[in-house]
Design a protein around this ligand. Structure first.
Ligand code: HEC
Length: 131
């Protein structure tokens, strides 16, 4: 009889510690999932690149209509690329780098409707980082 009560108490205690474990783990799992979804997906970016960018940009250093995009994330910061992709025309009005590029390449990069989507820009930028 005594032993049984002891057993029950043990049981209750281990349930409590299990609940505590879940309490600690839940935020970790949440953070992990959140950071994965936030990071952008290079593979979707590559798909998008093939559809929307490849006709003007090579993934090497070679110029096509626009500059080759190899190492572009090393010469421009991600924030600049993000703004550029959202609206190249607007950047041309005020950004000295954009104005310099326009002079050099003679043709202006169009605003691409898909790039209004933040998720798409993130994915493309993730892909550009791999070049
Ligand atoms: C119709 C041709 C065209 C298309 C399509 C195009 N671009 Fe461009 N891109 C250019 C040109 C030309 C420039 C040079 C700047 C200028 O003159 O506007 C440029 C510049 C850039 C730059 C700056 C490069 C540097 O050296 O700083 C990035 C980054 C870029 N493009 C990414 C993209 C991405 C990503 C896509 C697809 C979503 C894309 N471009 C689609 C023509 C294009």
């Amino acid at each position: 009889m005594r032993q049984e009560t002891g057993g029950k108490r043990q049981d209750a205690r281990s349930k409590k510690s299990e609940a505590r474990k879940i309490l600690y783990l839940a935020p970790c799992i949440f953070l992990l999932l959140f950071s994965l979804s936030y990071a952008g997906d290079a593979l979707s970016g590559e798909e998008l690149f093939k559809k929307k960018c490849k006709q003007c940009h090579k993934t090497t250093e070679q110029v096509l209509i626009g500059p080759g995009l190899k190492d572009v994330t090393k010469r421009r910061d991600v924030e600049w690329i993000d703004r550029w992709l959202s609206n190249p025309k607007k950047m041309l009005e005020s950004d000295p780098i954009a104005q310099e590029l326009k002079k050099k390449f003679k043709r202006a990069m169009p605003k691409i409707p898909e790039m209004s989507d933040e998720e798409h820009r993130k994915n493309i930028i993730e892909y550009l980082k791999t070049l």
